[in-house]
Design a protein. Structure first.
Length: 215
């Protein structure tokens, strides 16, 4: 007998939840164990139901990516998949940072949805082809960027440190960076401290000066 996986479906549109439930349960491989209409409800339902996978709408009230981050932290064994109409790079990157293993577009058919969830549960990352190309481009950009420091050397920052540094460059204060990256302000300050140490600078202003000189 084949295994049946439990799914939490969170979307603020009742019709969408019904359609997803029908598609998944028609496959006999999935059973919807819980539904939610907003981010807070999704987190609470996930903590109660411990589903195998959470299928979350990005634009539901409270923000689906915030829900993904909270669920990923509370239930690390639960797979997180975003189900959205958004093709924005920022939404994709934010979802991956929050712990999502899949990013599915709502225009896919029922068979594709079922197959995609199977792939995620087998350990694969599942992303639309058009967004995979953008993700590769972003990775290449990060790998080729170095911050020059004294003595002709360069410092290499982690991906999250780059995220923090670039948000600093945009003028975002600590609170905004924390909200944007779905982490605590204490975590942001720890990243900033690590950045300053790697760059051998005293403060954020000097760090941003180095970044400006290398682009």
């Amino acid at each position: 007998m084949s295994q049946t996986y439990s799914v939490l479906v969170a979307d603020d549109h009742t019709r969408t939840r019904r359609m997803v439930r029908a598609a998944l349960e028609r496959s006999h491989a999935f059973v919807v164990c819980a539904e939610a209409a907003d981010s807070g409800g999704a987190v609470e339902a996930a903590k109660l139901a411990h589903p195998d996978v959470c299928l979350l709408d990005i634009n539901m009230p409270g923000n689906g990516i915030a829900a993904a981050s909270a669920i990923s932290e509370a239930l690390p064994e639960t797979a997180i998949v975003m189900f959205t109409v958004s093709r924005q790079d920022t939404d994709l990157f934010d979802a991956l940072r929050a712990g999502a293993s899949g990013y599915l577009l709502k225009d896919m058919d029922d068979t594709q949805l079922v197959e995609s969830l199977h792939r995620v549960l087998s350990g694969e990352a599942c992303l639309p082809g058009s967004l995979v190309a953008r993700l590769v481009e972003e990775f290449r950009d990060r790998e080729h960027r170095r911050v020059p420091i004294s003595g002709g050397r360069t410092a290499r920052l982690t991906g999250r440190e780059w995220d923090v540094l670039e948000l600093m460059r945009s003028g975002a204060p600590t609170a905004e960076i924390a909200e944007r990256l779905f982490v605590s302000q204490t975590t942001v300050r720890s990243h900033v401290s690590a950045i300053l140490k790697k760059l051998h600078v005293r403060d954020r202003r000097e760090a941003l000066q180095l970044l400006d000189h290398q682009v």
